[in-house]
Write a protein that binds this ligand. Structure first.
Ligand code: SAM
Ligand code: SF4
Length: 329
């Protein structure tokens, strides 16, 4: 019996984001501090079998149709290819969001395991700015990872970019041109208050309107007129052609009313929203011997508590305790 993941506002979650680890090999300034962030203790992180069991429950009993693996950096999880293969065998769409480091090596194995698509995060194609933003000199690895993903058929390859004022906010047209030349679909994401250092400010962030202005200075952008539905990106046709660029205005034009997502953290907590301040612990129940019915019930119950919206503009807004890297973006 399928028990859909319905919340108190009638939204149904079918898109599951699974964080495979809170660890990462980059240190993007809008996400992690340079050092000093504690990792989850190993014994708290779900095993591969535990992850696959929870995904199976989500698919077979809770109506999930799409699974995206994220983190931290999902490629640093040793069992990734096997987890993807076992998830693919459930008959759902599978994808990953990755920083691209190591993707050049593993892309063929991921494609063979049944992975459908990848999103790779890349905020600039200038090596010095990449180093400044991620605190690691690894631009060449990301570029190679993107090429390998396209070559392995993990497309359409999407690129996620965050613009930071005074660092890469003037690189938007250059990044778009670079992606167009290679057939990658670029999406700009507004910076959200999810950094471990709690430095985000509403005034400091680059808004979707600013992103649009910077792109429109060099490209003709026309709305793609696709119904947005639960897809967060507003899409624009570039120079009247078939290629599109997306802007994800999570902060200034929230799409919470159409949200169809639910998240599972690497330590087995259900989060109904990136910005949730409460989590529901499935790991404890799972390790205490709960059967699939009970776990599905707990998950469905957790879903009912999903808030109407993220409330970033509400004066009482409080940033969640976990940073983006530990939630799973
Ligand atoms: N490490 C992988 C990566 O970077 O793609 C997956 C995890 S990362 C948390 C997922 C996405 O969240 C990335 O596209 C990243 O740019 C984005 N992200 C991280 N912190 C963010 C923030 N404060 N605001 C908006 N997007 C953020
Ligand atoms: Fe790592 Fe992704 Fe966070 Fe960058 S955005 S620090 S790559 S988890």
């Amino acid at each position: 019996m399928v028990l859909p993941l319905v919340d108190g506002y009638g939204r149904v979650a079918t898109d599951l984001r699974v964080s495979l680890t809170d660890r990462c090999n980059l240190r993007c300034t809008y996400c992690m501090p340079a050092e000093g962030l504690d990792w989850l203790p190993t014994e708290q992180v779900l095993t591969d079998d535990e992850i696959v069991r929870l995904i199976t429950i989500a698919v077979q009993r809770l109506g999930v149709t799409e699974v995206r693996f994220t983190g931290g950096e999902p490629l640093v999880r040793r069992g990734l290819v096997d987890i993807v293969a076992r998830t693919h065998a459930l008959g759902v769409e599978t994808s990953i969001t990755s920083n691209g480091l190591g993707l050049a090596k593993v892309a063929p194995a991921l494609a063979a395991a049944g992975l459908d698509r990848v999103n790779v995060s890349l905020d600039t194609v200038r090596a010095d700015t990449f180093l400044e933003l991620t605190r690691r000199d690894r631009l060449h690895d990301v570029v190679a990872g993107l090429a390998a993903a396209a070559e392995a058929g993990l497309g359409p390859v999407k690129v996620n970019a965050v613009l930071m004022r005074g660092i890469n906010d003037d690189h938007a047209p250059e990044l778009l041109r670079w992606c167009l030349e290679r057939g990658y679909e670029l999406r700009f994401i507004e910076q959200m208050p999810l950094d471990a250092q709690h430095r985000w400010s509403r005034d400091g962030m680059i808004t979707a309107d600013e992103i649009f202005e910077r792109l429109a200075a060099e490209f003709t952008l026309t709305p793609a007129h696709e119904p947005r539905g639960s897809a967060p990106a507003e899409l624009f046709l570039v120079d009247g052609g078939a290629a599109t660029v997306g802007v994800i205005a999570s902060v200034t034009r929230p799409f919470c009313g159409d949200c169809d997502r639910v998240r599972l953290t690497a330590d087995g907590q259900v989060r109904t929203c990136l910005f949730a301040r409460q989590e529901s612990d499935l790991r404890a129940a799972l390790r205490a011997g709960a059967d699939d019915d009970e776990l599905a019930q707990r998950w469905a119950t957790a879903m009912r508590g999903k808030a109407a919206g993220h409330g970033i503009d509400d004066p009482s807004f409080l940033q969640p305790q976990r940073p983006m890297s530990a939630i799973g973006g």
